[in-house]
Design a protein around this ligand. Structure first.
Ligand code: SF4
Length: 96
């Protein structure tokens, strides 16, 4: 599962309007902060994209490598649906 303390344990870089939280062992990192998706765990099944009532996510990449990007994390209404449906527990939602 995603590290709930990623903000303390990782260093932030940026991608578009999001922070990307990197650590030494992580190739891809955690994208987003209030709605954080660990790209190293995401299997791209799209359950979070389907469940989100306010369209926070976009696909990032394509094919087997696609990931759920929390492109509009500021629109999140904190229903926690995405956390609940993720088969890899790759998402952490934290009201900012
Ligand atoms: Fe969307 Fe709910 Fe997840 Fe927020 S917590 S990103 S509103 S599914």
């Amino acid at each position: 599962p995603i590290d709930p303390n990623f903000r303390e344990n990782r260093v932030a870089t940026t991608f578009e309007n999001l922070k990307v939280w990197k650590d030494k062992a992580s190739n891809l990192g955690i994208y987003g902060t209030g709605v954080a998706v660990d790209f190293d765990l995401c299997v791209g099944d799209g359950a979070c994209i389907d469940v989100c009532p306010v369209n926070v996510f976009d696909w990032h990449g394509s094919g087997a490598d696609r990931k759920a990007l929390p492109a509009r994390e500021r629109d999140c209404i904190y229903c926690y649906g995405c956390e609940a449906v993720c088969p890899k527990f790759a998402i952490r939602v934290t009201p900012l």
